[in-house]
Design a protein around this ligand. Structure first.
Ligand SMILES: [Zn+2]
Length: 87
């Protein structure tokens, strides 16, 4: 018998596609700054495809964080992705 997988599926806020959580990065915004989700507050997901497209992902980040500080958001995102890759 085949095992049914119960992988959680979440929606990317940028492309609005539904994906397995494995393929998404969970983030949150705290006071206009981007952070990795820390178990409280409002969070959102971005898929790895969107993260590869800076311009596209930036629009979503600015909307989610209500911030126009593109450099800050983008730098933070890169930092988060890099950290994620190490663990
Ligand atoms: Zn996406």
């Amino acid at each position: 018998m085949a095992k049914i997988s119960h992988k959680p599926i979440r929606m990317c806020v940028s492309c609005r596609k539904r994906q397995f959580q494995d393929n998404l990065v969970r983030l949150q915004c705290a006071e206009g700054s981007l952070e990795v989700y820390k178990m409280n507050g409002r969070s959102f997901y971005l898929c790895k495809d969107c993260i590869d497209e800076e311009k596209k992902v930036l629009k979503s980040l600015m909307r989610q964080c209500k911030s126009g500080d593109k450099d800050k958001l983008m730098n933070k995102l890169k930092e988060i992705i890099t950290d994620d890759g190490k663990s």
